[in-house]
Every structure is written in structure tokens, then in C-alpha cells.
Design a protein around this ligand. Structure first.
Ligand SMILES: [Mn+2]
Length: 353
């Protein structure tokens, strides 16, 4: 693209807008059970399209928003996201996948004939890529929100205070547990957003009220955590919602000497799991892949990943499945020890009852 002052490099955001300009409307789709990163990144893309193209644009996702902080975020910031069961479009629609890739199965397009024209994501993928016209996948970036916010900055589109707060919160949630790496662009974007966000609302979201269930799930999880050398394993006996699994994993990876963590729980028909690794102690998404090989699906990042086994697709009972997962996890971590040590010794639990 040339301008009066010379040859200017075409930015990613200009290329995206050029493609979207060929369509009548845009549909931004997040992964199922959208987290703050998916919500904020999708909201920024919607904001960009509205500002630059004046098109009708919607932000949608499947499933629900469950974590207490995320619900509080939605209450306080009111992102324009609609939770729907299936995609229906009218006219010439450009679909954009945000914070997930087409090859993943956890989004509305996995059961739809609609093909996306664009993918914006930062997850590591082990699957083969499918062709899309615009692909901006940067696994080194801390968050999809950083990528989407960089589009706004490139295009001189100002986010309002709520959107800036959502984007900043998203980057903070993506850099937890062992995943603390920020690229140069992430850092620039954090500074750019901090000037525009509301610190009071951010603090309120981070200190969201927690239901009683949360505390009982947490104490039972800690009482059922075992450590095998530098690898921890926790089958949560009780989980009111899926989010507690990742939260316990984020907590356990901070344990001195623990370098790899797997947490799992049965929720409804599925067994969900979260893996965390300390920096330099293995690739979490690869550990998920090895642990779930032929049993389920998963993905994520270097230090944070997750996955799912659909229970009715596997013939074994819950205890057998836990044994199998334990063996696979210890194998993947190359830990020989077969007997774990309780994180909290039983005598301490009993003595203090
Ligand atoms: Mn993300």
C-alpha cells in the first residue's frame, strides 16, 4: 500500500479490513465457554469493524460463562457477546474465529457449514491447518486480546474505557500460573491499555464474590492432591463448575518443587482436565496430547493447557479411567515413582478436624 509520504507496509489489520469489506456483515465467533481473552479479543474485533466499516457485526459464542470473575466481568463491563446454540446467518457473512483455531472442536463452526474467512488466535496447534484467507496465529503472544488490541492501535481506533479494561483483564488472566511470558508487543499493548482502562473496575473483577461451593470444591481438591517427584496430580472429588479445575492447577503449579500439574474432574458426561507446567519443564499442550492420546481432545499453550474426554465414548468406569490417566500422566512426565505423597498428610487433616 503506498501513501503520499512513501511506501507503507500493509498492516495485518488493514488486510483483515480489506477482506471483511467484501462482505455485507461480520460474525465474530469465540471458543465455547468464552473466557475473558476470547470475550475481550472478540469485542475489540467487533469494535474495529464497526468503527472502520460501519457494517452490522455480532459477537457470539457457545456454552456459558461460568467462572465467578468472568461473570463479574460481564456484569460490570457488559461486553456485547451473545451466547447461542448454533450459527444462523443471513446474506453474505464473513465469519471470524477468535481465540481458537478452525481445527479445534470447541467452537460453533465445528458443527456448521459456514467457513471462516479469518482466524485470530495465540494457541499452539498440533493439528493440521486448514486454509483460511486471513490467519493471524501467534503462539508467542500472551493473549489474543493483545493481538486484537494491536489492530485498534494500528488503525487509530480508540477503545472506550470498558473495552480497554476488558482487554487488560484478559491479558492478566492469560498470564497466570507458569504462563508469565510477555512479548515486546504484549508489553506495549499493556501500557497502551493501562492508559485507557479503569483500575477500580479491574480490581473489582479480580476480587469477585465467590460462592460457598467454591470453597468446598477447593478444600476437597487440595486434600486429594498427590505429588510424584516434581509432578502433581489431583482428581477433584467434587466440582460445581469446570473453572475450578484450572484454578486448582494454577494454584498447585506455584507449589515449591512442583513443575508439572494435572487436575481433572468429571463434569456431567465429560472428564475435563487442566495441565500446567513451570517454564522450562515441558510443553503443557504436548503433555495433554500424550495423556489423552486416543481418549480425548485438548490443546493450549506451553505452560497452560486443557482437554476433555467424552465419557460415553470410553468403555471403562471412573476408577479405571483415573488409573489410566495417572499412568499416562506419569509416563508423559517420565516419572518412575508409582506411589504419590499426599500434598496434605492425612494425619494433619484428621488432627485438625
Ligand atoms: Mn486466549
Amino acid at each position: 500500500m503506498s501513501s503520499e509520504i512513501g511506501v507503507k507496509r500493509t498492516t495485518r489489520s488493514s488486510r483483515l479490513l480489506e477482506i471483511l469489506g467484501e462482505f455485507d456483515n461480520t460474525l465474530v465467533i469465540t471458543h465455547d465457554n468464552p473466557d475473558p481473552d476470547a470475550i475481550a479479543a472478540g469485542w475489540a474485533v467487533l469494535w474495529l469493524v464497526r468503527a472502520k466499516l460501519g457494517q452490522s457485526v455480532r459477537l457470539v459464542g457457545g456454552g456459558g460463562i461460568v467462572r465467578a470473575e468472568n461473570q463479574h466481568m460481564v456484569r460490570l463491563l457488559q461486553p456485547p457477546i451473545e451466547l447461542i446454540d448454533s450459527v444462523q446467518t443471513t446474506g453474505n457473512t464473513a465469519a471470524i474465529l477468535v481465540d481458537c483455531d478452525l481445527a479445534a472442536s470447541n467452537h460453533l463452526l465445528s458443527s456448521s457449514a459456514l467457513r471462516p474467512v479469518a482466524v485470530i488466535d495465540h494457541h499452539t496447534s498440533h493439528q493440521t491447518r486448514q486454509r483460511v484467507r486471513f490467519r493471524d496465529v501467534r503462539p508467542k503472544m500472551a493473549a489474543s486480546a493483545s493481538i486484537a488490541a494491536s489492530y485498534l492501535r494500528e488503525q487509530d481506533v480508540e477503545p472506550d474505557r470498558k473495552l480497554a479494561t476488558a482487554l487488560l483483564y484478559a491479558i492478566r488472566t492469560e498470564t497466570q500460573g507458569g504462563e508469565t511470558h510477555h512479548t515486546r508487543l504484549d508489553r506495549q499493548i499493556v501500557t497502551w491499555l493501562t492508559q485507557r482502562a479503569d483500575p477500580k473496575t479491574l480490581a473489582e473483577i479480580e476480587n469477585a464474590p465467590l460462592a460457598a461451593d467454591y470453597f468446598s470444591d477447593l478444600v476437597l481438591a487440595l486434600q486429594n492432591t498427590f505429588v510424584y517427584d516434581d509432578a502433581a496430580l489431583c482428581f477433584l472429588p467434587q466440582a460445581q463448575g469446570a473453572e475450578i479445575i484450572g484454578e486448582v492447577a494454577d494454584l498447585l503449579i506455584r507449589h515449591v518443587g512442583v513443575k508439572r500439574v494435572l487436575c481433572a474432574a468429571v463434569i456431567g458426561e465429560d472428564l475435563l482436565l487442566s495441565v500446567r507446567t513451570e517454564r522450562g519443564s515441558g510443553d503443557a499442550s504436548e503433555l495433554v496430547r500424550q495423556t489423552l492420546d486416543n481418549l480425548g481432545q485438548g490443546g493450549g499453550h506451553q505452560q497452560r493447557a486443557g482437554g476433555k474426554i467424552i465419557r460415553n465414548r470410553c468403555s471403562c468406569n471412573a476408577d479405571e479411567l483415573c488409573d489410566e490417566l495417572r499412568n499416562r500422566w506419569l509416563n508423559a512426565c517420565r516419572v518412575d515413582r508409582q506411589r504419590g505423597t499426599r500434598l496434605i498428610p492425612k494425619r494433619e487433616i484428621v488432627r485438625n478436624l
